[in-house]
Each structure stands twice: as structure tokens, then as C-alpha cells.
Design a protein around this ligand. Structure first.
Ligand code: NAI
Length: 340
């Protein structure tokens, strides 16, 4: 029986890369059927709501979605639909693996996983202006909400992920030297939980800024990194940079009752509609979804075809210094699937 998945093509380059990924999944024989839904700016324009009820209901029913990027206006306008979806479905773990695929890049043999807390911290969305005298926006305040429940859940996920995937070490990146309560809670619980995994998974903690520097100087010392929401958001783009940029970084948002797979990158309005977007990150997210569903064979076939296409420098898109297009790159992956 094919698995029904909610498919949200999204905004900007979303529809272009989604079409490519659907074509590759079909060519690989993935057992999936799609229920297409809209969200983000596209939905706002079409139905006046950036997160329509039909989209939420579809994800509730299928408990599984593949999502293209959604644009969020900066500073003003509607709140991030990505954040809203993570909160609506309590997708508490954001798992972002990166691995070197482009040889001859800045680093060889990178193989890291970032586990980011996805529902709390500064992205809880609890913020407001404070008026003073005649200035209604004299100050602004955001709340970094950290709960013992949420911290326990994400740290355990990171350790369990390490055990399940044969990873050696968990690094907890934090700022407990300055944020003694919110980040202190994260660090204290990390140290406690690490004791349960002694002998199985090594544990260390590092200040977030030092972690950022060490990731550039010596990324090989890291294996699984776990941190709160905003730190994770920033570090995940940084680790994507270690392996050739956002075009190669997939992500999974995992909760108890649903999972949403997506690329780390956004809707790339600067290249939308030009046919040059790299579909690899969304494709790798789709492969994570196949793994999650236990469809190991098509997952492995796509991985092999994608890696060969990139390694052999065949029709790469401009972000990977090639002169190919989304279409020619997709053709190249599908051709390899046909011959495997
Ligand atoms: P972005 O990730 O869309 O783009 C950053 C740079 O990377 C741009 O130069 C873009 O052309 C390039 N890029 C990104 N993906 C690419 C791909 N697949 N192939 C080739 N080049 C690619 O980040 P930006 O510009 O800061 O955000 C644009 C919009 O996306 C914003 O509205 C933002 O809120 C939204 N966004 C959505 C996310 C999501 O849906 N999960 C995640 C990040 C941003």
C-alpha cells in the first residue's frame, strides 16, 4: 500500500524543486501517493490564509508531510508558518544531517548531525513592544521560554538518535555562562541525562560561540550537536556551509504524532522562477522520509544516483558552480536511477 503524504510545494523556488523531487521519487519506485495542499504566501494569495484549515487537517490525517520552503515577511506581516506548523504538531525535534557530497570543497568527509529543539526558546513567539511616554515602541521584549519537559524531550531524542545511528558523541552547545537559568537548565539536564548513556555515547558541552568557531576550524571533532531553537537555526546554516551550502542540507521535523520533512533553505526569491534552483536538499529530505517509512530500497537508490550525479559533476546547478538547470539536474538523477 502506498503511503499518503501531504505535499506542500510552498513559495518561491518551492514548486520547481518539489516537481523535481516528485519525479525522482516516482522514478525510484517509492510507494507514495500525494495529497497536495497550500500554505505560506501562496495560500495567503489564493485563499486569504497562510495556513488553511484544509492543510492542517491533511497533515493531521496523514501524519506525514513533505514541504517546500515557505516565505515569511521580515519584521511585519504574518508569523512564520514554519514555526506555526512545528508548534501545531509539536514537532519538537529538528534533525539536520550534513555530509560531504561535493568533493574538492572546503572540507572533505564531513558527517555531522544537528538536533535542534524546535518548539521553545526565543522562537516561542512571546514578544511585545513596551511603550514609554509618547513612544509606543520604545522597547521590545522577547521571552526565551525553556521548560524542563521540553529540554528533557529534546536531549533524550539526541542521545537516542546517537545510539540508533551508531554515533559516538553528543555535544550540547549552550550559553549557560550568560543565560544562567534558561541555558543553565539545558546544560544541567544534559549532564544528568548523559550519565544514563555513559559507555555508549560520549558527552561534552560547549559554549555556543566557541562551538561556531570550532565548527570552522576543526569540524571533525563533532558528531551529534544538540541545542536550543535559535542557536540550532543559526548553526544549521553554518554546518550546511561546511558541505557546499544550503542546496545540500535537508531537515526533518519530528514529533510524537507527525513528521514534516523539508529543506533547510528558504524560498530563495532571488532565483525563483529562473529554473536554476538545486532540488538536492528537498530530495535528501524526501530520502529521510523514505528511511522514516522503512522504504529503504528506493531511499538507497536515490542516494546513490544523487551522489553519483554530484560527484561526476553532471548538470550541477549554479549554486554548486555548475551551468545546469533544475530540469537538466533532475534528468541526470533520473537517468542514473534508470540504469541502476
Ligand atoms: P534562502 O535560504 O531562501 O536563500 C539564501 C541564499 O541561498 C539565496 O541566495 C538563495 O538563492 C540560495 N538558495 C537557497 N536555496 C537554494 C537552492 N535550493 N538552490 C540554489 N540556491 C539556493 O534564505 P532567505 O533569502 O534568507 O529567505 C527567503 C525566504 O525564505 C524568507 O521569506 C524566509 O522567511 C524563508 N525561509 C523559509 C524556510 C522554510 O520554509 N523552512 C527556511 C528559511 C527561510
Amino acid at each position: 500500500m502506498p503511503e499518503t503524504v501531504t505535499l506542500i510545494p510552498g513559495d518561491g523556488i518551492g514548486p520547481e524543486i518539489t516537481a523535481s523531487v516528485v519525479r525522482i521519487l516516482e522514478a525510484a519506485g517509492a510507494q507514495l501517493q500525494w495529497e497536495e495542499q497550500i500554505a505560506g504566501e501562496t495560500a495567503l494569495k489564493q485563499v486569504g490564509d497562510p495556513l488553511p484549515k484544509a492543510t492542517i487537517d491533511s497533515i493531521k490525517k496523514n501524519r506525514l508531510a513533505l514541504k517546500g520552503p515557505l516565505s515569511t515577511p521580515s519584521g511585519t506581516g504574518f508569523r512564520s508558518i514554519n514555526v506555526a506548523l512545528r508548534q501545531e504538531f509539536e514537532l519538537y525535534a529538528n534533525v539536520r544531517p550534513v555530509r560531504t557530497l561535493v568533493v574538492g570543497g572546503r572540507y572533505e568527509d564531513i558527517d555531522l548531525v544537528l538536533v535542534r529543539e524546535n518548539t521553545e526558546g526565543l522562537y516561542s513567539g512571546v514578544e511585545h513592544y513596551i511603550g514609554i511616554g509618547s513612544d509606543p515602541r520604545a522597547a521590545a521584549e522577547s521571552v526565551m521560554l525553556v521548560t524542563r519537559f521540553g529540554v528533557n524531550r529534546i536531549l533524550r531524542y539526541a542521545f537516542e538518535y546517537a545510539v540508533k545511528h551508531g554515533r559516538k558523541k553528543v555535544t550540547l552547545a549552550h550559553k549557560a555562562n550568560i543565560l544562567k537559568y534558561t541555558q543553565g537548565l539545558f546544560l544541567d539536564m544534559g549532564r544528568e541525562i548523559a550519565k544514563e548513556y555513559e559507555g555508549k555515547v560520549e558527552f561534552e558541552d560547549r559554549i555556543i560561540d566557541a562551538t561556531a568557531m570550532l565548527l570552522v576550524m576543526d569540524p571533525y571533532r563533532f558528531d551529534v550537536i544538540v541545542c536550543e531553537n535559535m542557536f540550532g537555526d543559526i548553526l544549521s546554516d553554518q554546518i550546511a556551509g561546511l558541505v557546499g551550502g544550503l542546496g545540500l542540507a535537508p531537515g526533518a521535523n519530528i514529533g510524537e504524532n507527525a513528521a514534516i520533512f523539508e529543506a533547510v533553505h528558504g524560498s530563495a526569491p532571488d532565483i525563483a522562477g529562473k529554473g536554476v534552483a538545486n532540488p538536492s536538499a528537498l530530495l535528501m529530505a524526501a530520502v529521510m522520509m523514505l528511511d522514516h517509512l522503512g522504504q529503504k530500497e528506493p531511499a538507497q537508490r536515490i542516494r546513490t544516483a544523487l551522489e553519483a550525479t554530484i560527484r561526476e559533476n553532471d548538470s550541477l546547478t549554479p549554486d554548486l558552480k555548475g551551468s545546469g538547470t533544475t530540469q537538466t539536474f533532475t534528468d541526470a538523477v533520473v537517468r542514473r536511477l534508470g540504469s541502476s
